[in-house]
Ligand binder design. Structure first.
Ligand code: PLP
Length: 379
């Protein structure tokens, strides 16, 4: 429970739905991750929450930024980050956007295919490039599928090819999947990257950097390992596979940097049943899948939900189905996830959806059914 945010809601009573982010928590997360992995450079994944106040805070703390588009690069620059601290980490870029990023001073780019490498060679001469490899996504609550990355054989060929192009083959990246609770997943990937480094070294390509991606979790309804456990697991894995020859390391936390810093307050719009015998009440909120809670898809991410004045996930309460306010039948949040709420819950009551600092405002539709996008206030 974040007292600062609770006090803000009680004193200000903002229009709901509203996300309030506590910047002190973001700062704490940054410092914790920095302490857990003191040798790694932190590139905050801007897409998790690009609020200018968050970007400015992180820029001031010395963070670098992982951006997926030119507008994200511009946001990071506007927040005070120099271009040297920006990575264009999306492996899918229009060539015009590569050129624009290069003009803005960005010199670090990701790729995972031959065609993308060619674009970089043409439009970002002299830049450092890193190749993203596929991972299984096993153990992650929000896996990233096969959309990004290539297999090891292709990565080796592309990095070898890069040597003969006007770019610098700089390293390898991966992402073990978001909300990754299995510490061993980094070891699998680091083992493969170390192999790749050795094979390329024999061929005369000296890579200097390993980008360990994101995946650091936020605590939702169940516990997650401590930040220090991730640091330790990753450091031990690097030691095992690289010995004393540790490469430069980068991490790209998104969720782990801001998830637990935010709380959404929402109003109950309706409580109803579908028949007199219906065992479960339907609780409709003024926020749903299209106004910020997209990660409830398949009930993958289960936010802790508090009924204001009643506390968190009332074990004596009755089971409810939670849904959003839009006219789309997919706008159901939780049906199987067994949320319980007090029997006297009624329209006008407020609920707080905790750990919603990451991947909420950025997933909010502009105006579906005329509902405004999710409002955010940083304190
Ligand atoms: C989204 C993303 C991240 C952040 O992932 P989290 O699981 O939120 O930490 C990091 N790197 C890249 C390339 C991404 O696309």
């Amino acid at each position: 429970m974040n007292q600062k945010i609770a006090r803000f809601f009680e004193e200000q009573r903002p229009q709901t739905p509203c996300l309030v982010v506590d910047l002190d928590v973001v700062e704490q997360n940054y410092n914790d991750l920095h302490d857990a992995l003191p040798d790694a450079r932190i590139f905050y994944a801007v897409k998790a929450n690009p609020a200018p106040e968050i970007l400015a805070l992180l820029a001031r703390l010395g963070s670098a930024f992982d951006c997926a588009s030119v507008p994200e690069i511009q946001m990071a620059l506007a927040a005070g980050a120099p271009a040297e601290r920006i990575s264009y980490g999306n492996t899918i870029k229009k060539e015009a956007d590569i050129r624009r990023a290069y003009e803005l001073g960005v010199r670090l780019f990701a790729f995972d295919s031959d065609a993308e490498l060619e674009k970089l060679a043409r439009s970002a001469p002299g830049a450092r490039v890193f190749c993203r490899i596929l991972t299984s996504g096993e153990g992650a609550e929000w896996p990233l599928s096969r959309k990004f990355g290539c297999d090891l054989k292709m990565a080796r060929a592309l990095l070898l090819k890069a040597r003969d192009l006007p770019v610098e083959p700089y390293g390898v990246s991966f992402h073990v999947g978001s909300q990754q609770k299995d510490l061993k997943q980094w070891d699998h990937a680091i083992f493969q990257v170390a192999q790749l480094f050795r094979e390329l070294e024999v061929l005369g390509v000296d890579l200097g950097m390993i980008n360990l991606g994101g995946g650091f979790p936020t605590r939702y309804r169940t516990d997650v390992p401590e930040c220090t456990a991730y640091g330790q697991a990753i450091f031990e894995s690097l030691r095992t596979h690289f010995g004393n020859h540790l490469p430069e390391t980068i991490v790209e936390p998104g969720r782990g940097m801001v998830g637990n810093a935010g709380v959404i307050e929402s109003e109950v719009v309706l409580v109803s049943r579908k028949s007199d015998e219906d065992p479960k009440r339907w609780v409709y909120l003024d926020i749903g899948k299209f106004s910020g809670l997209a990660e409830t898809m398949d009930e993958a991410i289960q936010y802790p939900i508090e009924v204001v004045g009643e506390g968190m996930d009332d074990p004596d309460g009755e089971a409810v189905i939670l849904a959003g306010p839009t006219c789309d039948s997919a706008d159901v949040l939780y049906e199987r996830a067994e949320y319980r709420m007090p029997s006297e819950l009624k329209a006008g009551d407020r609920v707080r959806i905790h750990a919603t600092g990451a991947y909420t405002t950025t997933y909010s539709a502009v105006c579906f059914n005329g509902f405004a996008p999710l409002q955010q206030i940083c304190i």
